[in-house]
Design a protein. Structure first.
Length: 254
């Protein structure tokens, strides 16, 4: 298991990380993403059929190439978070977080005492009892985990300062689609009012310890978000595959 997390180290040093959402249970596609050069793969267990059981071989495939894996879980629940962490995931994203209190509770669920309340048991994180002593591994495991919460509802905007002040929070990830929906503009993440709210989030986070994350469908959109102040940007594997397939077929001379 990887005991370091290059994505967290990069973000803490002020750098940028480019990755992709993976909603498909496929270790082979994870390997393709690793070989293509992505900085991380985010296994999406919120939208789609992924579970800890299906994610485990995908984590192993990523580790074979030194690629960090993150997981978006479907429930803001300590037990759900624990199951993904215990199989070796490098970070957890919590959807629909609206308050500083909720963010703090979820971030603490990702770390052991004294920085959190994560349940401690032997297993993969501790080399099944055949590695370094647990007392030595615990600080390293705490530092390894990348903590992400999603801002994707207008209720969260009112608590923006509290969210950004959450101890041990690494990334505030803006979800433009659900944010737009909560503002009364479903399917319109580019609406001027939605983008104005996102600009406000960017301004509040600028220069602070919490990195901003978001989604981008292509290279042009990724560059725009990086220039805007986002430092963790993720595309989507099905979208990338669909675009490549359409482009190929459109270019074929039949």
């Amino acid at each position: 298991m990887l005991l370091t997390n290059p994505v967290r180290e990069t973000l803490r040093a002020g750098g940028m990380a480019i990755g992709t959402f993976m909603p498909i249970a496929s270790p082979e596609l994870v390997e393709v993403c690793a070989l293509a050069g992505f900085d991380f793969v985010l296994l999406d267990a919120e939208h789609g059929p992924l579970s800890p059981e299906t994610c485990y071989p995908m984590i192993l495939a990523a580790e074979a190439h030194g690629l960090p894996t993150l997981a978006r879980v479907g429930q803001a629940d300590r037990q759900v978070i624990l199951k993904f962490l215990d199989i070796g995931i490098g970070g957890v994203m919590i959807p629909q977080v609206t308050t500083g209190e909720q963010a703090a509770e979820m971030v603490r669920a990702m770390r052991y005492h004294p920085r959190g309340v994560r349940g401690l048991a032997g297993g993969r994180n501790f080399a099944y009892g055949m590695g370094d002593p647990a007392v030595e591994l615990i600080p390293r495991l705490n530092d390894r985990v990348l903590s992400l919460v999603q801002l994707e509802h207008t209720d969260a905007v009112a608590n923006l300062d509290a969210l950004l002040a959450t101890p041990d929070l690494d990334v505030l990830f803006v979800g433009p689609n659900d944010l737009a929906q909560s503002m009364g503009y479903p399917g319109q993440p580019g609406h001027a009012e939605v983008q104005s709210v996102i600009d406000r989030v960017c301004a509040a986070a600028r220069g602070g310890p919490v990195a901003l994350g978001t989604v981008a469908a292509d290279a042009a959109a990724t560059n725009r978000e990086l220039e805007r102040g986002f430092r963790l940007v993720a595309s989507n594997v099905p979208t990338l595959l669909a675009r490549a397939a359409r482009d190929l077929l459109a270019a074929v001379r039949r």
